[in-house]
Design a protein around this ligand. Structure first.
Ligand code: SF4
Length: 354
């Protein structure tokens, strides 16, 4: 099921934990960016008819609905099996939700991260749990019943009690899909850089330790499974039938074209990546192509899925035997998959296939 990814790196604020190439960019750049996206999509010779679209970011819910509709209209294949828009809670009105539906959007991914006020305000997010609740009702009333809620395990000040409170909200809102990410500490986010520098801004001293974060993740796995939202990928949980069609193609190596700054694509043979900065992209997307690694990718992408992968295991047969003996992979008869411990040490496992 081939697809299209469109990146929109503009945000109302830079969240402390965010390590994406996105943030507060000059407003004057937005119309230039929409024009550049339009040019890039119009210049495409489609090697396939897309079945899914994903607007990621950044905050693509900031795109004016008329621009959103015009961009979608340039892509062949409508109506799409899945057309997702990432949204920051706080601005979803009945008019906007209706306009998204009219434009062809049928799934919304909400960057909630936490339902706890003190955790949210320390990260720079402006919404509250009540706003999220109201906006999900607004989406449902407009006909968008397929939505995702992002949560982050490891925010400053997070405790087992507050994490469980956020999971209570998932239950209350009857979310069909949840993504749980463990906080990443690197130089690319303000919070990560502060932690690395042993500073104390952004609550850097109040980050839960690695064991606590792993416990939060395991709690989510268990509680979400009990709610009928089992894990289908390391970070993704869904009610049966609500798994993301678009994101699944990343793990099964199906082709997709990427448009916009820092957008990635895969044509079946090569990985393609546009220039990272929006300021450069509006002048020239400068796509860089690198050959894909069909053998290794099948393992280190496919093993992210809880269903695992089938034989043949080719050049990796002996490594797989060792990983099984080490308790990081398990055989389910006709497939291999990560064990619960292998999930927590997945980067270590995947490095064996690179
Ligand atoms: S987390 Fe989302 S809204 Fe916040 S800065 Fe990153 S991309 Fe923007």
């Amino acid at each position: 099921m081939p697809g299209v990814y469109i990146s929109y790196p503009f945000c109302a604020q830079k969240c402390t934990y965010c390590n994406f190439a996105s943030g507060v960019l000059p407003r004057a750049l937005e119309p230039q960016y929409i024009a550049a996206l339009t040019r890039e999509i119009q210049a495409t010779e489609w090697p396939f008819t897309p079945e899914t679209i994903y607007f990621g970011g950044g905050t693509p819910s900031q795109i004016a609905p008329t621009d959103l509709a015009a961009l979608i209209a340039l892509i062949p294949g409508a109506p799409f099996a899945e057309a997702t828009l990432e949204a920051a809670p706080g601005n979803i009105t009945p008019e906007i939700a209706r306009a998204w539906v009219d434009a062809g959007i049928n799934r919304v991914s909400l960057g909630v991260q936490s339902f706890i006020q003190r955790e949210l305000s320390r990260t720079g997010r402006k919404h509250t749990a009540e706003i999220v609740e109201r906006e999900i009702a607004t989406l449902r009333a407009a006909g968008i019943t397929n939505f995702n809620i992002d949560l982050i395990a490891g925010l400053p000040g997070q405790t087992a009690a507050s994490w469980n409170e956020s999971l209570d909200w998932i239950e209350r809102l009857e979310a069909p899909h949840v993504s749980v990410y463990m906080l990443e500490i690197d130089e690319d986010s303000n919070l990560g850089a502060e932690v690395i520098a042993f500073g104390q801004r952004y609550g850097a001293r109040d980050i839960p330790n690695d064991d606590a974060i792993a416990d939060f993740y395991e709690t989510a796995v268990e509680r979400l499974a009990n709610l009928g939202i089992p894990r289908y990928e390391i970070s993704n949980f869904a009610r049966p039938g609500s798994e993301s069609l678009h994101n699944t193609k990343y793990w099964t190596r199906e082709p997709y074209l990427g448009f916009g700054a820092d957008a990635h694509g895969f044509d079946g043979r090569e990985r393609i990546q546009n220039t990272e900065r929006a300021e450069d992209y509006v002048i020239d997307p400068k796509p860089e192509r690198t050959p894909a690694d069909p053998v290794g990718e099948r393992f280190f992408l496919g093993l992210r899925l809880m269903r695992g992968i089938e034989p043949p295991f080719g050049p990796f047969a002996s490594k797989i035997k060792k990983l099984i003996a080490d308790g990081l992979l398990e055989s389910t008869g006709d497939r291999i998959r990560l064990t619960p411990r292998g999930v927590l040490l997945s980067n270590e496992v995947f490095s064996e296939f690179v």
